[in-house]
Design a protein around this ligand. Structure first.
Ligand SMILES: C[S@@+](CC[C@H](N)C(=O)[O-])C[C@H]1O[C@@H](n2cnc3c(N)ncnc32)[C@H](O)[C@@H]1O
Length: 312
């Protein structure tokens, strides 16, 4: 389906109060949705954590940046042994009934094995914790059990209040939704708060989200189709709270680390879906302005997804 159909629907929904929630409904209709979310979030949370050497026996705090609809990452961080988890978003999107359905799968052998492999707790202790969470009757009870603080909407002023305590910052497919000015604030924040042996791990999706799988997927366009358009044109179609993506590639994030003097321990670039080539000449000059003129323009489209591991 032409991407503009979805773009128009999202734009219309963004004017309504429940727009984001309504936009999310089609995904939840898949009968395996809650299982898939629980396993995916657990896997990704532990994969990111495994790139860092953090001694969890020493009272550590994690910041999960961009909570989204599921609290599973924060719960998994607590099951690993983080003593406190702060999770922030620009909107409050967690629903307790959805969370209940996902928590149900945390003791599924696939998820449990992953948690046990990296946790400071024994399998028995982890199972006891999961069972207690399963019995919770309110979202606040889950927050208390995991010592999770959910701040939505958050401000950087609030984040700075916790700055001395944060040992680990993680985000999952969030940074591509964050405008440049906020990314700059976030990386500045990291530079100011990160100490030796503290880490940030961000998994970022660099592609045009209108090519994502689903009913409205546009499979006729390149996964980098959005690079063809001017900022003004893109703002018209996707400059709303539901569809917004910043169209920045991994090169931008590496440059930002350099600017803030943050050490990139690794960048793991991935290509996970079929490539449909977009010619370099089709990339709009507004996009090129985000980069140092010396870059190889082809590199903007080198990776579809990547994980950035940062320290000081
Ligand atoms: C694709 S969702 C990912 C959510 C979650 N991390 C996950 O893996 O399911 C992107 C999230 O980023 C959040 N977000 C957008 N801009 C943000 C910002 N400036 N700061 C923090 N979160 C933001 C959105 O509200 C949304 O919850």
């Amino acid at each position: 389906m032409n991407w503009k159909v979805k773009a128009l629907l999202q734009k219309t929904l963004s004017f309504t109060k429940l727009g984001d929630a309504l936009n999310h409904i089609p995904a939840t209709l898949n009968k395996n949705y809650h299982y898939n979310v629980a396993i995916y979030q657990t896997y990704e949370c532990i994969r990111k954590f495994s790139y860092c050497s953090i001694d969890l026996s020493k009272n550590k705090t994690a910041l999960d940046f961009g909570t989204g609809y599921s609290l599973i990452s924060s719960i998994v961080l607590s099951l690993l042994g983080f003593q406190k988890i702060i999770t922030v978003d620009i909107t409050k999107d967690i629903s307790f009934s959805t969370l209940k359905k996902q928590v149900h799968y945390l003791d599924h052998p696939e998820a449990l094995k992953l948690i046990v492999s990296k946790s400071i707790y024994t399998k028995k202790e982890i199972l006891e914790k999961i069972n207690t969470i399963k019995k919770a009757t309110r979202l606040e009870a889950v927050f208390n059990l995991g010592n999770i603080e959910y701040i939505a909407p958050y401000t950087f002023k609030t984040l700075y209040k916790y700055s001395k305590k944060i040992d680990y910052i993680a985000s999952q497919v969030v940074l591509e939704h964050v405008p440049r000015e906020i990314l700059e604030q976030l990386f500045k924040f990291k530079k100011e708060v990160l100490q030796k042996d503290q880490f940030c791990v961000h998994t970022i999706n660099f592609i045009d989200h209108f090519t994502n799988p689903g009913f409205f997927q546009d499979s006729s366009i390149s996964e980098f189709n959005f690079l063809k358009y001017s900022n003004k044109y893109w703002k018209f179609w996707a400059g709303n709270s539901i569809a917004y993506t910043n169209r920045l590639s991994y090169l931008y994030y590496l440059e930002l680390c350099k600017k803030e003097n943050l050490k990139v321990l690794d960048f793991i670039g991935e290509n996970y879906k079929e490539k449909i080539k977009l010619e370099v000449t089709q990339i709009h000059s507004d996009i090129l302005r985000n980069y140092n003129p010396k870059i190889n323009i082809e590199d903007i489209m080198k990776y579809q997804r990547g994980t950035l591991i940062i320290s000081k």
